[in-house]
Design a protein around this ligand. Structure first.
Ligand code: ZN
Length: 100
């Protein structure tokens, strides 16, 4: 499980305001907790983080306030977490049902 806190620290990459922040229970190869960061400045249009870009676009389009887009939010959140974790060598064992 991920932990999300009320107080969001600044982005570790640019020092700016984060859209979303979490800490994974797994650690990186140095034994440090893995921070999951969603940052408008760093992740918008970042070709190395396509899932983060799509998640930001979802919020920019008002998806965060639309209850009918809850399922979409779930898929985007999962893809973003998987993308963050994959950068540290962690992969999900389950495959989403919409993929072969
Ligand atoms: Zn940033």
């Amino acid at each position: 499980m991920l932990e999300f806190s009320e107080a969001i620290p600044p982005c570790s990459r640019c020092g700016g305001k984060l859209m979303m922040n979490g800490v994974a229970p797994q650690t990186d190869r140095h034994g440090q907790p893995i921070r999951l960061e969603l940052c408008y400045s760093c992740d918008t249009g970042n070709v190395e983080r396509p899932a983060a870009g799509l998640f930001l676009q979802f919020f920019a389009n008002g998806g965060g306030q639309d209850p009918e887009r809850l399922q979409e939010a779930g898929h985007l959140l999962k893809a973003w977490v998987e993308e963050c974790m994959a950068a540290h060598g962690w992969y999900s064992m389950d495959l989403p049902p919409d993929r072969p």
